[in-house]
Design a protein around this ligand. Structure first.
Ligand SMILES: *[C@@H]1O[C@H](CO)[C@@H](O)[C@H](O)[C@H]1NC(C)=O
Ligand SMILES: *[C@@H]1O[C@H](CO)[C@@H](O)[C@H](O)[C@H]1NC(C)=O
Length: 419
């Protein structure tokens, strides 16, 4: 859900990242010689570090892409599974499964604020100019911080600027005496996508981001800000709910002291008799209906972000047709909403049948393949983030993600999310 620039706040983390990238480069070279070397354990990987010189996932060429895409469609080996279990151990998830709201589980620790550096690195590649009209959809646009950053990234246009957006959006809210609730992951303050001359596309692309927000007041602020900045043709705001059926939805209008961008208040509050009276009727679309109404037919969707507080499952289920033309997808897994009744394992099967390969989306390049590497404790429901890619339609991005997964495994016991 959050394409962000990797923070370099800690020199140690940055060095670790550099080292792991270095390890990956060597692994890739060795992979060409012997696929068995993929099963490197941590100590082997770190001894190899001494020989590495040029760290870069950017150097994935076509033959590497093919072999990575092939490997991402195969079952994890037993030794890969052991490494994943050590890095994302099941213990906390099992202990706290009765009270998921405490968020104590390895894959939740690892993925609650993903930085999606595989995505930002991918969009820095000049090859992207092949995409004529990049398109993204944000289901659950919130304060628009991530949507604006994505618009900047896929258009390579510096006009779309998070600082300008923040000022416009917050000024609008202040005029109406509305307080702004800070995002879970500090999206307001994360550095925006860096557009540097010499990389990326030669000229800005004609990109669109469809920003769908159910909360009426928030949608109104988003729309107003987009118009005031003159971005309305690129940042298209719709006030609607997206779910598994078409119809009318009740959505909170004036709760919580008119806070804008309250992320943990959603459709569920309007099913409660006590809080229902604070709700307004808004249109509800399936993702398929929304796309028919608002998005050019047959256009590729480069990026679909779903962040609707537990109703992500419903959005996916209503997107049967649209998903066929999505290249990359991020959604939130949760214990709330309809995730209560639906298992992640079956969602993974559904997505696999549509050619998606899914990963736990962590930070600092930590990413774990879920598809064909399933672990029982993943069905314990905790707030976490999943990123999926379709290798058929986005091979270069897919290869980058699989390379980062292998890099994560190569770090062995240096990575462990157990607190
Ligand atoms: C905002 O609050 C100030 C001070 O309490 C008040 O004077 C003003 O009328 C309010 N504005 C709106 C739009 O409610
Ligand atoms: C956004 O603002 C424009 C111009 O004021 C208006 O025509 C449109 O209906 C608004 N859309 C939403 C979703 O509020």
């Amino acid at each position: 859900m959050l394409p962000k620039v990797a923070k370099r706040s800690s020199p140690w983390l940055w060095r670790t990242f550099q080292s792991t990238v270095a390890v990956l480069t060597v692994v890739l070279v060795l992979l060409a010689l012997s696929p068995d070397l993929l099963e490197l354990n941590g100590s082997q990987a770190s001894s190899i570090l001494f020989f590495s010189t040029t760290p870069s996932v950017d150097s994935i060429d076509e033959s590497n892409t093919n072999s990575l895409v092939e490997s991402m469609r195969t079952e994890c080996t037993e030794s890969q599974r052991q490494t994943i279990l050590a890095q994302l151990p099941p213990q906390d998830c099992e202990i706290y499964q009765g009270k998921p709201w405490v968020n104590k589980c390895s894959f939740s620790y690892a993925t609650r604020c993903p930085d999606a550096i595989w995505l930002t690195e991918f969009w820095k590649q000049p090859a992207l100019s092949e995409t004529q009209h990049p398109t993204a959809i944000y289901v659950g646009c919130n304060k628009g911080m991530d949507a604006v950053n994505t618009l900047r990234m896929i258009s390579a246009n510096t006009v779309f600027d998070k600082t300008a957006w923040r000022q416009e959006f917050f000024a609008n809210a202040l005029k109406l005496n509305q307080t702004i609730h800070p995002g879970h992951c500090g999206q307001e303050n994360v550095e925006q996508f860096a557009i540097s001359s010499g990389t990326g596309t030669a000229s800005p692309l004609d990109a669109s981001v469809f920003c769908i927000e159910a909360m009426p007041q928030t949608a109104d602020q988003l729309n107003r800000s987009s118009y005031q900045l003159g971005w309305q043709n690129s940042l298209v705001v719709t006030n609607a709910a997206v779910s598994s059926t078409d119809g009318i939805a009740l959505f909170p209008s004036k709760q919580a002291g008119q806070k804008i961008g309250v992320e943990n208040m959603g459709l569920a509050d309007c099913q409660n008799e006590k809080t229902k009276r604070h709700c307004t009727e808004i249109p509800q679309y399936t993702l398929d209906t929304y796309a028919d109404k608002f998005i050019q037919k047959d256009a590729w969707i480069d990026f679909l972000s779903i962040d609707v507080e537990g109703f992500d499952w419903d959005v996916l289920m209503g997107g049967d047709k649209v998903l066929e033309r999505v290249k990359y997808l991020e959604f939130e897994y949760n214990w709330r909403g309809n995730w209560k009744k639906n298992a992640l394992s079956s969602t993974m099967e559904t997505l696999k049948s549509k050619d998606f390969v899914c990963y736990w989306a962590g930070a600092q390049g930590h990413i774990w393949r879920i598809t064909d590497c399933w672990m029982e404790h993943y069905n314990l429901k905790f707030w976490s983030n999943v990123a999926c890619v379709r290798p058929q339609s986005a091979p270069a991005l897919a290869a980058r993600m699989e390379a980062m997964f292998q890099e994560t495994l190569a770090a062995g016991t240096a990575i462990k999310y157990d607190h």
